[in-house]
Every structure is written in C-alpha cells, then in structure tokens.
Design a protein around this ligand. Sequence first.
Ligand SMILES: Nc1ncnc2c1ncn2[C@@H]1O[C@H](COP(=O)(O)OP(=O)(O)OP(=O)(O)O)[C@@H](O)[C@H]1O
Ligand SMILES: [Mg+2]
Length: 441
Amino acid sequence: MSFECVECGYESTNWMGRCPRCSSWDSIVETSKYETKDSTPSRATVATTELKKLSEIKSNKKERIKSNIDGFDRITDGLVKDEILLLAGPPGVGKSTLFLQLAQNYSQGGRKVIFVSGEESPSQIKVHASRLGIKGESIRVIGSGDLGEIKKIIEKEKPEILFVDSIQAVAAPGVNSAPGTIKQVKESGRQLTSVAKNSGIRVMISGQITKQGTIAGPKVLEHMVDAVIYIDSVEHDTRMITAEKNRFGACGDFALFNLTSKGLKEAGELTGLKADGSITGQTACSVSVGPRLVGVQLQVLVSENYFEYPLRRTSGYSRNRLLMLTAIAQKYLGIKSGKFDIYLNITGHNTVKERISDLGVITALYSGFKDMPIKGTDMFLGEVGLNGKVLPLKDIQNRIKFAVRNNFKRVILSSPRINIKDPGVELKIIDSVREIKGIIK
Ligand SMILES: Nc1ncnc2c1ncn2[C@@H]1O[C@H](COP(=O)(O)OP(=O)(O)OP(=O)(O)O)[C@@H](O)[C@H]1O
Ligand SMILES: [Mg+2]
C-alpha cells in the first residue's frame, strides 16, 4: 500500500492523520489503488525539434482572442495561440462561474469550445449555466477527469479553446497517484501544456487553493503554464482577479467583480470604502495593488485587558508594525496602552503592507483610546517614523484624485510643498503625529 500527501507530495507506506512534513491534517490519501502498469510519465511538452531561424518563425501575436469581459481581457491581454492559463482560487470563490461565462463568450462567433468538468456532473453544469443565463449551444461538455479519454476527444474534435475545471479532478494515464495529488497535478499539467503547445489549442485550467493560501497543487504548475490568474474574495461578494504571471501580457493590474446570482459582473474600483458617517477607531486609507489604488478601512478596537499580558491581534496587517505604531502613539500622543488589548482589522482588502497606512493606524488607535469618532470623509495617508514625523507622500496626485473620486472631503498628509491647483478636497498638511490631537477633536 502506498500513500501520498495531497498538500506537499510526501510519500509513505502507511496512512497518517497528519502529514509529518507539512503538518496538514487529513491530507494523506491512498495512491496504490490508482497504480497502473504503465508508469512512464511523458516528459517533453513542446515536441518541435526542428531547427528554425527565429526571424522565420511565425508570430502568434495577432491571434489574441478576447472574451469581452473587460476586466479579464485587461488582465490577460487576450489569449494567444497555444496559450495555457491557470485560474487559481479558494473553494467556492467563483472559478467555475468565471469559466462558464468565458466559455460562453469565447464560443460566440462559432469558435469550438470544449468544457471538461471533473468536479460538477454535466447535469450540474447545466443547472449552473442556466442560472447564469447561458444556453451554451456551441459549448460541448465532458463530464470526466480521464485525461487519456479527454485527449482522444480533443484530437478528434480539434476545439479552439479547452476549459479544464479543475486540474485536481483530472487523472493522467500512467500516473500511480490519486487525482489532486502533487504527482497527478504535475503530470496532468505537463500533458495539458503539451496539448496546448503542440496542437494550437488555448487551454484554461482551474486549480483550487486552500483558504490559508497554500497553493499546494496549482503551485507546482506555475512554472509550466503561460499565465497564472488568481481570483480571490476581497469582501463578501467582491472578487478580485490578478495576474501573478503572464508571459504575453503585463502583471500587477487587477479587476474587480461582484459575484451575483447571475454570475460575475464587473465592479468599479471601490471596495467597501464609504466616505460617510463618523466612527470611533476607524480611518480610511488608500493602498496600491499593482498600478492601481484600493480603498481600505483600518479598524482598531481597544478593550480592557484582564490577563497578565495585553493582547495585540491583527487581521491583514503586520503585528510587529502595530506594536511599533502603538509605541509611537504612546510616546507622542500620550495614550497608555499597557492595560488594554488592541485588535486591528483591515476591511476592503485582504492585507495591507504599505507603510502609507501608518498615519491611519495611529489615528485609529488614538480615536479608539480617547473614544473620539473620526469623520468618514477624512482620509489619512503617510508613513510615520520612530521620531513621530509623518513622511512626505510620493505619488500625491494619484492619491488625491482617488480620494476625490471616492467622495472624501479632506486628506491628511505630509508634504514639503504642494502645488496642486484646485485639488477638489481639503488638504491638511501635518508634520508630526502630535498634530492628530488637533485634527480629530
Ligand atoms: N443561486 C445563487 N445565487 C447567488 N450566488 C450563488 C448561487 N449559487 C451559487 N452562488 C455563488 O457561487 C459560488 C460558487 O461558484 P463556483 O461554483 O463558480 O465556485 P468555484 O470556485 O468553482 O468553487 P469550487 O472550488 O467548489 O469548484 C458560491 O460560493 C456562491 O457564493
Ligand atoms: Mg468549481
């Protein structure tokens, strides 16, 4: 009997509840029942060994096809011939939904599209598609994960685009391992890459990542595929799509969608940032994600501590940075945090690493300790040094435009000189965090 961890590929001769290598619970599966005689995995993905002049090779540049889902097209820059793309995301985030919508749009104009669904049965796919208003006259569905069979159908039908939902449900012939294991995902990925490269089909595969973000299976595919697109949930119904890797387009941009009962609908730039009301312990800030800005709210909760040590808990923010900012607030704003627990939460985006959020965190701390509400129409921008000085902002124009677009009335920041005619918001220039006292009085 042989067993393998689906998270890290650890092999063992006996079953265990917890993987000794990656410490994942319940991740060891039996692989011996998948053993076959033929165990030689294919190696090469691109079969052309002919020597050609680079100048004479035909370029696929003009053959980019677009899905007419603007955000997705902007992120991928269209699909080129032979391209293989991986869409990775946590369970239930909307991967199959996006794939069905893409399949529908790509199939317009008579393009042959095959949709391999190893996870949902064809009748479930039908229910899912009907909910999205997709008739799918030009989409053909395969409800199997057997890659050998799938390849035979592809050879016969020669589709232009192949969707594989998902890689974890596919089993490549000749691999002695269960679907979803590292071995299987790797070999299925390699075989699908070779399908894309050698038969000119654009292949899109989905892969599930865990809620903790450990992309066990799909991670091993990242170097193999041409593009890796992540879909993640940034708020209850908001989904963010980003390109982590793109051989034929730029990386760093993102697109926002709302997941509705009718599928993914493109959303504006705002993610839960509302410039209204006054709340204690909450400030607004903008952080950059690739070339664009996202609005975030920094929430601080201060509560009396009943234990020996006060707690410092953060969600989506560095705990060490919070400790440092608390010390700065203590020294320059006179708050006494020793007998209080502090919780810091980020809304509107998963994580904030930019130091431009320092001023907002310190202000939220001060507001929380003094129980003084902060106007929701104020935005706080600036890194803070250990001497309490607020550092001048670099991309000031962009940040101010973002604040204006999102209905903020005042931006609190530091700048040696500001030369913006009619910025559209009040600019409150400060030099030190000490001045916060006068701002939120
Ligand atoms: N009737 C409905 N109305 C609104 N939203 C729905 C409805 N049915 C499903 N959803 C949403 O769609 C999501 C499922 O989307 P989808 O199946 O595309 O996700 P997935 O990423 O493919 O999931 P999995 O990892 O399980 O394959 C659900 O989590 C749910 O939020
Ligand atoms: Mg799915």
